[in-house]
Design a protein around this ligand. Structure first.
Ligand code: FES
Length: 159
C-alpha cells in the first residue's frame, strides 16, 4: 500500500485536492452501462455511468459518477474515473483499489473500504454493459454483481 503523505486530518494532500475539485461528476443520458453500489457499513451510495466506443475496441469514451458519500468515496471515485477514461474495458477492469489508493497518495486505513466502493461501481457498470450486449459475463463480475444486490437491499432497509 502507498505510503501516506499525511495532513492534519490524516488524508493526503492529493485526497483533499481531488475532494475539493472532483472530476466527471454527473450523469450520462442513455448510458451503455450503469452501476449502483452501496456500502453496508455507512449507507453511502455511488452511481457510475459509462459510454463505450462503438468501434469494437470497447473503450470507455465517457464516464460520470454521482457519489453520495464521504471524502474517501468522493476522491476515490473521482480519481478512478480519470484513471479509466479512454482505456479499454479489459484494461479498466485491471485497475484495483490499491491502484486507486496509490494514485491518491494513500488513504487512512479506516477509509480503504471507500476505495473498494469505486472499483465495485465500475465493475457493476461493466456488468450492466455486458448484460445489455448479451455478452458472456466473467465469473468475478457475476460475484461482484450478486454481492452488490445484497448490499443494496440491506441499504434500502437502512433508509
Ligand atoms: S464512509 Fe461511506 S464510503 Fe466512505
Amino acid at each position: 500500500m502507498a505510503k501516506q503523505k499525511q495532513t492534519t486530518y490524516g488524508y493526503s494532500r492529493k485526497v483533499l485536492e481531488v475532494f475539493r475539485h472532483p472530476k466527471n461528476i454527473g450523469e450520462i443520458k442513455n448510458p451503455d452501462g450503469f452501476g449502483l453500489v452501496g456500502n453496508p457499513r455507512c449507507g453511502d451510495t455511488m452511481s457510475m455511468y459509462l459510454k463505450i466506443s462503438k468501434d469494437g475496441e470497447d473503450r470507455i469514451e465517457d464516464i460520470k459518477i454521482k457519489t453520495f458519500g464521504c471524502l474517501g468515496a468522493i476522491s476515490s471515485s473521482s480519481i478512478l474515473t480519470e484513471m479509466v477514461k479512454g482505456k479499454t474495458i479489459g484494461d479498466a477492469l485491471r485497475v484495483t483499489k490499491d491502484d486507486v489508493i496509490k494514485k491518491l497518495g494513500g488513504l487512512p486505513p479506516i477509509k480503504v473500504h471507500c476505495s473498494v466502493l469505486s472499483v465495485d461501481a465500475l465493475k457493476e457498470a461493466i456488468y450492466d454493459y455486458y448484460k445489455r450486449k448479451g455478452r458472456k459475463i466473467p465469473k468475478d463480475l457475476e460475484e461482484v454483481h450478486k454481492h452488490n444486490l445484497q448490499v443494496r437491499e440491506s441499504i434500502e432497509h437502512m433508509h
